[in-house]
Design a protein around this ligand. Structure first.
Ligand code: SF4
Length: 461
């Protein structure tokens, strides 16, 4: 769960990177950073917190130069601390280099252990740093050769943007797990995790960076390389469409809002029920709830209101005041929902604890019946490719039956979208998408997780 951005050859590079990160804030709220280059030196500012709190006029003024890359972080690999904030910046035999990474490598621990046994010293605990160690071990004069050497040895998910004193490089793994798009701002190339970042800075969408593609931006212009063997199947992350990406983005060639609405329509066809209104868990459940409402003819109502102003600095009241629970974020519109039968729509259920609190809050507000509908299949497996899901034993769908989950959540009926309908919009979906967190069919073997690779449900598609 991270967002990356890069802009090459623009006089306002670091400010544009800052705006790009603003648009990508939903991809990570733990920390953010920008590294810029003035053609001779790299400048960096990285800090814990939200983009708006981290960057000031003063520190943006210090990020001089006409190229910049940025990162918003939600930790998946590596603890939450200042050393792990990206872009990671290094000096090696070939000068300075910085890198922003979205995704998770599945053999980083294996490589790191090997390098540490050979005497390497790491400055962070992120998986990303092994890429730089691999580049440093290759002494070829050519940057492209060093990058291909390094990426040829890592496994798993990566959408990357590198910055050197004179070049910017974008790369996406051959399976295409995480999105990465190429844009153009009056002749200056821009790369970003999602198109919503291009929209904010008014850059034109050019195309997706293709799976397995390495793009080098330099004085010579933009060069594209496809140095890796194509895997038989791609592994675009379906969870980007279920929950993760912003609904106004185009991801893997499709609008996220439209997809979510389609999931809701499919959910209504598969799991109809009589009710007075359809209510979304805001904000991520809204497009699917609208789809459910449209398909079923049952009116959509804003029965739950979200507080948008909860920052990271929120201090939980002590137990002796009272336990506010989910009410800090959400509240029921009592006058609207009291005495009513509602269809409650959310995008996914992970541990089940939040849904349980929401259902209990609705019942406290006088709701007669809560029919809970989930616009994705049961999440039964953890993700190893860059989405922060808990261990299997904490995933409710891996531990309980449908009826047990219903009882735990406290709703009157419960239904999930089927795996078949998750991909209703894509022909031959298993050739294009990863759905391992639902199906347990991991597209590659997981070197750092032999326990999962050896489990009975592990299947390579
Ligand atoms: S396991 Fe799930 S969340 Fe992870 S990449 Fe695959 S579809 Fe996405």
């Amino acid at each position: 769960m991270c967002g990356i951005v890069g802009i090459y050859n623009h006089p306002e590079a670091s400010r544009l990177a800052y705006l790009g990160l603003y648009a990508l804030q939903h991809r990570g709220q733990e920390a953010a950073g920008i590294t810029s280059s003035d053609g001779g030196k790299l400048y960096s500012h990285r800090q814990m917190g939200l983009v708006a709190d981290i960057f000031s006029e003063e520190n943006l003024n210090r990020l001089i130069g006409s190229s910049a890359i940025g990162h918003v972080r939600y930790s998946t690999t590596g603890a939450s601390n200042i050393k792990n904030i990206q872009p990671l910046k290094f000096t090696y035999a070939h000068g300075g280099i910085a890198v922003s990474h979205n995704g998770n490598l599945t053999n980083a621990q294996f490589l790191r252990k090997k390098f540490e046994q050979e005497g390497s010293i790491f400055q962070s605990t992120t998986d990303t740093e092994v890429i730089i160690h691999l580049m440093a071990k290759n002494f070829d004069k050519d940057l492209h050769t060093r990058i291909v050497y390094a990426l040829g040895q890592v496994e798993g998910a990566y959408s990357l943007v590198f910055l050197t004193e004179t070049k910017m490089i974008a790369a996406r793994d051959p399976y295409g797990w995480r999105p990465l798009v190429l844009g153009d701002l009056n002749g200056s190339p821009v790369v970003a995790s999602e198109t919503c970042a291009l929209d904010l800075i008014e850059a034109k969408f050019v195309r997706e960076v293709e799976p397995g593609e390495v793009l080098i931006f330099s004085e010579k212009g933009t060069e594209s390389f496809k140095p890796f063997d194509k895997p038989k199947k791609k592994a675009y992350c379906i969870f980007e469409h279920v929950y993760f990406s912003r609904p106004d983005s185009e991801v893997f060639g499709r609008n996220v809002y439209e997809t979510r609405k389609g999931f809701g329509q499919a959910l209504a066809k598969e799991n109809p029920i009589e009710a007075d209104m359809v209510v979304a868990v805001p904000d991520s459940g809204v497009p699917a709830a609208l789809g459910y409402s449209e398909e079923s003819g049952i009116p959509f109502q804003m029965g739950l209101i979200r507080n948008h102003y909860i920052g990271r600095t929120f201090i939980e009241p002590t137990d002796n005041i009272r336990h506010f629970g989910v009410k800090i974020k959400l509240n029921a519109v009592k006058g609207l929902v009291e005495g009513k039968r509602i269809i409650l729509v959310d995008d996914s259920v992970v541990r089940g604890t939040t849904c349980r609190k929401i259902v209990s809050m609705l019942k406290d507000a006088g709701v007669k019946e809560v029919h809970f509908r989930v616009s994705s299949p049961p999440t039964s497996w953890p993700c190893f490719f860059g989405i922060d899901t808990p261990e299997r034993k904490q995933l409710i769908a891996a531990q309980k039956s449908l009826e047990e989950i219903r009882q735990f959540i406290g709703c009157d009926t419960l239904a999930y979208l089927s795996e078949e309908n998750l991909f209703y919009f894509q022909k031959n979906y298993d050739e294009w998408f990863c759905d391992a967190c639902f199906s347990g069919k991991f597209p590659i073997s997981l070197k750092d997780h032999p326990d999962i690779s050896n489990s009975k449900s592990f299947k390579i598609k």
